[in-house]
Design a protein around this ligand. Structure first.
Ligand code: XIL
Length: 630
């Protein structure tokens, strides 16, 4: 379960690419038709899992819960989807004793002359909910120095206190919510090289006492609310979540509801309440919230949340919007849409800027398999349906992402017998694509098939079918959506290297076998230090030579330490120029809209900052698109 991680070997070595004889496209196609996977939705008797049924169809959501205007928002039906048990550790793990230490070893470091740090006298502990656990950590360096240490993550309500004698004490009073096996990990740093590290996990088993009333009832808390910027006169929704470590559901109250506002408990999640109101004046708005214990109403927590309300003029840009400029250049320009942006406080300005600037959109997360099909026979389409409705209202085309990927998979598929994975894949492709085939014009059929060393990535799909999973997925995708553009989407293919080499070999092999591939998605999660533009241009040319289209699918430029917004703008500018210079480059999409919600938010990588102001990168992209001499 715990694998020693050596930095020099931080990726798993995949199996060398299997060289198997592959059936022709026609044979694959016949196979799908024969096996009934013709793109129709619903389940048939021969399906391994049930297809979407009436109880999976989204229902209308009341406007009090979202900021949407111009498109209809639906939500998942009925009560909360039963979440798959996410038991990470079991009694068997606990009983197996203290887990092995996990080492991180810097490249070239000699571990024979310098032994790794370790911890003295640790063991797993067992405790009743409500009791205090104390564990003293004494790091030891075999070479006799004193190692530093830090906890990987604190358990809720715990502390890791310095005893000022080289030791630290972990203190925790677990409550009802913590019953089960919990893990706490501390990493020690070797005094000679702080990249040489040893991480030790201990398991803490928490059980319910015979008399649970002995457990102290603690005050509830409010989940953290981060600052947001909104536009005056836009609707604002604020989802507030109460937490009670005793496992009860707190009651939330707003003593001074903003004029005209509403405050309702969420229809599916009892611990969430939604405030909706329209701020009519600019400035910083502060709203007090009370979380009240549902057992003892005298136990409360009070918090103030604040949002910054700016005038409409603060969000305007000069010059033509990107989509108007891109249309003239016969280019699509798009972004990855934050899942359920219409449930965020700033959902209205988010939607407005997106509609103004972009004509192409990818769902950032809602189309991933763990979202769409979290349990066998259960489907969640609401978030993607809403994205499609938004795209239609904003006259954008939708880029489906991803169909088959090795990450963000539901547990059930990861645990499925390998002999069944091929049929699960086929059922999934059929159900997902048939629902959206009239709405989606471009699909990332296979996402990230290659490992860093250029071998095929060791996914469940590859384990079950070898390289043929790629061909099978593409053949089926073409059968379901004959007019859609079908892509492989990959990262680290913008420069020379084993991945680019492997990509071109894969394309050549697919084309020799008549596999219906239409284009390549270049992800481009760059840093400002990226400068391999000549290699990027050459790789674009190699894709074009193979008669394929190029899509820049996930562009963002993270600010490296000390880098300037001007440097960021310059990387954006050069990427857009190279796309414009290459006739097969059809689209540029940034991976997100605003730094506020970027998956690399700490590096502020996007065109709009956290308060939706256009950055120099925006102006640079606008400038290149407008310059028709390029
Ligand atoms: C990312 C999303 O942006 C995150 O919100 C999510 O937690 C993880 O996935 N390559 C891809 C995208 O193909 O799907 C990934 O999106 C980013 C990397």
């Amino acid at each position: 379960m715990i694998i020693p991680l050596h930095m020099s070997q931080s990726f798993l070595i995949d199996n060398p690419r299997a060289r198997v004889a592959l059936p022709s496209l026609a044979a694959l196609f016949a196979l799908f038709v024969l096996s009934g996977c013709d793109g129709s939705s619903g389940s048939s008797d021969s399906s391994l899992t049930a297809g979407p049924g009436a109880d999976d169809q989204p229902i209308a959501e009341a406007p009090a819960f979202n900021t949407a205007s111009g498109f209809v928002v639906v939500r998942e039906p009925g009560p909360r989807l039963p979440v798959e048990a996410t038991v990470e550790y079991t009694d068997a793990d606990f009983d197996a004793g203290l887990p092995a230490i996990v080492l991180q070893v810097p490249d070239g470091f000699d571990t024979t002359t310098n032994l790794p740090p370790n911890f003295d006298n640790l063991q797993n502990v067992s405790v009743m909910a409500g009791e205090l656990v104390e564990v003293v950590y004494r790091p030891v360096d075999p070479e006799g120095e004193l190692p530093g240490m830090f906890p990987e993550e604190l358990l809720q309500g715990s502390s890791f206190d310095d005893n000022f004698d080289g030791t630290k004490t972990f203190r925790w009073r677990p409550l009802q919510m913590d019953v089960g096996i919990n893990a706490f990990t501390v990493t020690a740093l070797d005094p000679a090289n702080d990249s040489y590290r040893a991480s030790q996990t201990i398991f803490i088993k928490v059980e319910l006492p015979d008399d649970p009333s002995t457990i102290p009832n603690v005050a509830p808390m409010l989940d953290e609310f981060r600052p947001h910027t909104v536009r005056v006169n836009d609707p604002v929704v604020i989802e507030l979540k109460g937490i009670d470590l005793n496992g009860d559901t707190p009651i939330l109250e707003i003593p001074d509801l903003p004029v005209g506002g509403s405050f309702n408990q969420h229809p599916r999640f009892a611990e969430i309440y939604v405030l909706k109101f329209v701020p009519t004046t600019t400035g910083t708005l502060t709203i007090d919230v009370v979380a009240r214990d549902s057992i003892d109403s005298a136990l409360t927590a009070e918090e103030s949340i604040s949002i910054s309300v700016l005038a409409a003029s603060a969000f305007t840009t000069t010059g033509q919007p990107l989509r108007a400029l891109a249309e003239v250049r016969d280019l699509r320009i798009g972004f990855a849409a934050l899942q359920s942006f219409y449930h965020r406080p700033d959902g209205a300005i988010y939607a407005d800027i997106a509609e103004r600037e972009f004509n192409f959109v990818t769902p950032e997360n809602s189309m991933k398999m763990d979202q769409i099909n979290p349990e066998p026979g259960r489907f969640q389409f609401a978030a993607t349906d809403n994205l499609v409705s938004f795209a239609q209202s904003a006259d954008m085309t939708v880029h489906g992402h991803p169909i088959i990927w090795y990450r963000q998979l539901p547990n059930w598929i990861e645990q499925a017998p390998l002999t069944q994975v091929e049929q699960h894949m086929s059922e999934y492709i059929s159900r997902l694509m048939s629902r959206y085939k009239d709405d989606v014009t471009v699909w990332d059929v296979i996402n990230e098939p290659l490992a860093d060393n250029g071998s095929l990535r060791d996914s469940i799909w590859h384990k079950a079918m070898g390289e043929s999973y790629i061909d099978k997925a593409f053949a089926q995708a073409r059968a379901v959506a004959p007019d859609a553009q079908l892509l492989i989407n990959e990262f680290d293919i913008s420069m020379e290297g084993p991945k680019a080499t492997a990509l071109f070999a894969l394309i050549d092999r697919m084309q020799a076998n008549d596999i219906p591939l239409d284009g390549i998605g270049f992800q481009m999660h760059f840093f400002t230090s990226f400068d391999q533009f000549t290699e990027l241009e050459a790789n674009f040319a190699k894709v074009a030579e193979r008669d394929l289209d190029i899509y820049i699918t996930e562009l963002d430029v993270s600010l490296a330490q000390g880098a300037t917004l001007a440097q960021q703008a310059s990387v954006y500018e050069r990427v857009v120029s190279l796309c414009l210079a290459q006739p097969r480059c059809k689209a540029i999409q940034t991976w997100g809209l605003t730094d506020q919600y970027s998956f690399r938010s700490i590096f502020d990588p996007l065109l709009f900052n956290r308060s939706y102001q256009a950055k120099p990168a925006y102006t640079a992209v606008q400038g290149v698109l407008a310059d028709t001499t390029q």
